[in-house]
Design a protein around this ligand. Structure first.
Ligand code: A2R
Length: 313
């Protein structure tokens, strides 16, 4: 199996490269010209806003499967830069789908990586959310990802293309940017332990409930969906058990090596926060046998150790 991973310099890309290579896939990866990928595979420079460049790369690599990871993936950035978010996540996805549609090789499978945020403002009692639940996005990032998924369905039906849509719920682990909550808490703890900041944790809304999966489990799901996912289908990828941000905070603090106070920071509250998002993960389990295996505690511990190591060097 030969994979082309588009947008592989981000958080998930490196993990996906290693997961696919461990399964003996041939892997090609792309990144932007200002990014670097330190993995053992051919790396190509690609901006998905340049459609002709995607087409040229598809002819050069001739992959069996394209993993489309490239995105403006931060909710908070999406409030600040809505046009940029829509351009990359919507126009960029159209460019990828058009390039695949026009490619010489006719049987390229595409995995479009969307988000659990797409469900948005959900009706009471809707959790766990099955893939047939209506989408009602609550922020700009979520709206662009819902649009990406709709485009995937349209291309799949209209052109009989082999496209699998993924709605990935929150994922975390070592090396994640501290724009995301688990990494943010762990970074703060590591800095406090090192004496680089006051022993006060700055936090946002602690009551929101989210479903967290370790990134190493997530990329295993992506491999299995590449192998066994049904064409034209949508799959939730998540643990299937939401926890409060308070629980994440308590878990992270339980690993801290010093006493830390907690302070609510208005700057960390989002413009719109949805109380609970939790997926039904029976579809992916039925079609691929996948379910999350790595505990939340392990993810938090490994992420904290990663920040401690970074601050040592
Ligand atoms: O925004 P940057 O400079 O960090 O670069 C991101 C890159 N990217 C692009 N690649 C090609 N053409 C573009 N026009 C373009 N704009 C941004 O895509 C970054 O290196 C990569 C996405 O990685 P992350 O933002 O770290 O996302 P992550 O966590 O790896 O998630 C992968 C996918 C995304 O579609 C998420 O929305 C979804 O999973 O949950």
């Amino acid at each position: 199996m030969k994979a082309l991973i588009i947008g592989a310099a981000g958080f998930v890309g490196g993990y996906l490269i290693r997961e696919l290579k461990a399964a003996e896939w041939e892997v090609h990866a792309t990144c932007l010209s200002n990014e670097k990928i330190n993995e053992d595979c051919p790396v190509h420079t690609l901006d998905i806003l340049q459609k002709d460049d995607i087409s040229a790369l598809l002819e050069e690599v001739s992959p069996d499967i394209v993993y489309h990871l490239a995105a403006q993936s931060s909710v908070s950035v999406s409030w600040k830069r809505p046009q940029l978010t829509a351009e990359i996540n919507v126009i960029g996805t159209i460019n990828v789908l058009e390039a695949v549609r026009e490619a010489q090789k006719k049987d390229i499978r595409v995995l479009l990586i969307g988000s659990g945020e797409e469900y948005g403002y959900i009706r009471e009692g809707a959790c766990p959310l099955s893939e047939s639940e209506p989408l009602n996005p609550g922020n700009i990032y979520a709206a662009t990802k819902a649009c990406q998924g709709m485009l995937g369905e349209i291309y799949s039906h209209a052109y009989k293309m082999d496209i699998v849509m993924v709605r990935a719920f929150n994922h975390s682990g070592p090396e994640q940017s501290d724009l995301f909550v688990i990494s943010d808490f762990c970074h703060q703890i590591a800095e406090i332990e090192k004496g680089l900041r006051e022993p006060v944790m700055s936090v946002g809304n602690l009551s929101a409930m989210r479903d967290f999966t370790d990134v190493r489990d997530v990329v295993r799901a992506y491999r299995l969906l590449g192998e066994k996912g049904k064409s034209g289908s949508v799959y939730n990828v998540g643990r299937g058990k939401a926890v409060s941000i308070q629980f994440i905070l308590d878990t992270a603090l339980s690993f801290a090596e010093c006493d830390i106070n907690v302070k609510q920071d208005p700057a960390r509250m989002r413009a719109s926060d949805i109380p609970i998002i939790e997926p039904d993960v029976s579809h992916i389990l039925a079609d691929t046998g996948w379910s999350a295996e790595i505990s939340m505690e392990q993810t938090v511990r490994d992420t904290l150790d990663c920040w401690r190591n970074k601050l040592m060097s």
